[in-house]
Design a protein around this ligand. Structure first.
Ligand SMILES: Nc1ncnc2c1ncn2[C@@H]1O[C@H](COP(=O)(O)OP(=O)(O)OP(=O)(O)O)[C@@H](O)[C@H]1O
Ligand SMILES: [Mg+2]
Length: 273
């Protein structure tokens, strides 16, 4: 199955089309994942691009979160999991024996469905990991990093006068932006988002979507969504999963307007899922 949206079968590429090929950040090859006997992901091949938003869609239980967690080795934390295959980030397989999974999780940040700030102040939520990993020392450089991360997450103006208050005192939408600030603060290359707005009101959702569009200038973003309109609004590429298979992966317009597979069409037209 061709799963590279820019796969070019001809050897003759003219310059104008070559320029449109985005830079690959993640290359997934023949990825299989088992939870015990449950074969949850089947032979996934996928290239994911820098400075793009890639949406993962598909019915509940099809493997979207499982796939996302393969990209930062978070599934390693689950006892029954076995992963086969390769996930290259910048041409290095993150499943190679010499790769430290903690360092992978620093480079590949993750934002979850439920905002989950630490039970700490707003300031400490953002500064905790950079201080722990020695990226900054307490004092000015740390203050600057906290401010920069909160600005980038579109939250600074709302919290700059109450940085010592608990992160949990913020609204749900603000907490989610705090979690994004916390993710950005360790300067990842890639941000994974698992239904980041599904617990939020429409205005907060709009803010997070606007933020995603800004953040893609610096990062590769992979997001899971059940909201087809959201995928249409933010995603450059969309991947449709069904029962552990990657059925179709293409630019978002193709997936929604002219899908190549009947299963994709049935799903996006609401026939199941
Ligand atoms: N921690 C786990 N332990 C065992 N099996 C799991 C675990 N997490 C997911 N699974 C199984 O893997 C399959 C894919 O689940 P996954 O959570 O990745 O789906 P999803 O597409 O994210 O669904 P949803 O849209 O409901 O979030 C399901 O069969 C699920 O039961
Ligand atoms: Mg999920």
């Amino acid at each position: 199955m061709t799963t590279n949206p820019n796969d070019i079968s001809s050897n003759t590429i003219d310059d104008s089309s070559a320029q449109k090929i985005p830079e690959t950040k993640i290359t997934v090859r023949d990825l299989n994942l088992y939870y015990g006997d449950n074969h949850a992901l089947h032979n996934i091949d996928m290239d994911i691009y820098k400075n793009k938003i890639t949406a993962l869609i598909g019915p509940s239980g099809c493997g979207k979160s499982t796939f996302l967690r393969c990209l930062n080795r978070m599934n390693d934390l689950i006892n029954s999991v076995r992963v086969d295959g390769e996930v290259f980030i910048d041409n290095k397989n993150i499943y190679d024996k010499d790769v430290d999974e903690v360092s992978v999780r620093k480079r590949v940040g993750m934002v979850f469905q439920q905002p989950n700030p630490f039970p700490k102040s707003i300031y400490d939520n953002v500064s905790y990991a950079p201080l722990k990993h020695g990226f900054v020392k307490k004092g000015n450089s740390c203050n600057e990093l906290v401010e920069k991360s909160l600005i980038q997450a579109g939250l600074w103006e709302e919290v700059k006068d109450k940085l010592s208050q608990p992160g949990t005192s913020l609204s749900g939408g603000q907490q989610q932006r705090l979690c994004i600030a916390r993710t950005i603060a360790v300067q990842p290359d890639i941000i994974l988002m698992d239904e980041p707005t599904s617990a939020l009101d429409p205005i907060s959702t709009e803010k997070i979507e606007a933020l995603m569009l800004e953040l893609k200038e610096k990062y590769a973003i992979i997001t899971v969504t059940h909201n087809m309109q959201q995928a249409g609004r933010v995603a450059d590429y969309t991947a449709f999963f069904h029962m552990g298979d990657l059925i179709e992966y293409a630019d978002t317009e193709t997936i929604f307007i002219n899908p190549g597979k009947k299963k994709t069409e049935d799903y996006i037209t609401g026939r199941y899922g």
